[in-house]
Design a protein around this ligand. Sequence first.
Ligand SMILES: [Zn+2]
Length: 313
Amino acid sequence: MHGHLFHKNHASDKFYEIYAKLIAKQMNLSIEQVRERVIPMLWACDINAHVEAMDEAGIDKAVVMAVDWGMNEDVGEAPWSIEEINKQVYEQVKEYPDKIHALCAVDPRRGEKAIQLVEKAVQEWDMKGVKFHPTAGYYPDDPAFYPLYEKCVELDIPLCSHTAATINAPFMSKFANPIYLDTVAAKFPDLKILMIHFGSLSYTMNCVEIMACRPNVHTEFSGYQAHATTMPDYFLKTLRYILDAPTLIGPPIREKLMFGTDWPYLETIMDQKTWVEWFNNIPQLAETLNIKFKQREIKYILAKNAEKFFNLK
Ligand SMILES: [Zn+2]
C-alpha cells in the first residue's frame, strides 16, 4: 500500500523551489545541488523505476498514486491539470493490471470537478479509491465534500487520507489529524476509509481509538520505517498492544492494518527492501523482547488486509 509515481509536471515550479530549500537544509546540500541532483531523481520515479524497486523488495502488488497539491495557494497549480496527472498515472499502471493499482489523487475543494474526475477514474481507468492530502489546506469533514463521499459510496471505493505530521512547508499538519476522518466515518458508515501513515507518531493511539469505534475505518503503516530504525523496541511493543487492542464494534484491529512504504520517500531512512524484510522478521525480532507475534498476523498486515480492503481479488 502507498507508493508514488512522479513526473516533473505533477507539481508547480514553486513547489519544487520550496522542496529544494527544505531538502537542502535536511541533507546539508546547496539548493543548486538539490535542484541538479535530488529533484531529477524524484522525477525519474516512473512505473519502470517502481516495478524495479518492487521486484527488488519482493513486493507482488502495489497501490500507487500521485498527489494533488495544486489548490494550495503557496504552491499553485501544476503544469498539468489534475485530470492529466491522474490520467498519466493510469496510462502507466494499465501496463501492469494484476501487479499495480492506482488511486485517484484529488483535492475535494475542486467540488463538482473532483466528483466527475473520481467517477471517470473508477469507471474508465479502474482506479481503486480516492487519495487526499489534507495538509494542502482542508479538513476532510467539511460538509462541502459530502457529495464526493456519496459518490465514493455509490462507486464502492474507499477514501484514503494522509494522517501524519508533515515537514513539507507550506503544508500544515493540523489538517492531518485523523479525528476529522472520524466525523466522515460517522456520517458515512458505508464509506470505507483508510488513514494513511497510521497517524505517524502523534496520532497513532487516536487512530486506534477511532478504528475501535468505527467499523469502516482502516489504516496503513507507511512512515513507520522511521520508528523501526530509531526506536524498534517502542515500535514492536506498540504494535503488539495495537493488535490486541479491543474493538467496540466491527472487525478486530489486526484485520484493519496494512503494510505500506510511501516509495520513493523515506528511502534514505530505510530502503523498501530492508523495510519488507524487517517487517517479515517481526516474530524473530520481537523474541529478544519476549513479545510474541504469529507469522500469520504479519502475513495479514503485509497482504491479505489490503487485498480485501481494495477488492483486489
Ligand atoms: Zn505518500
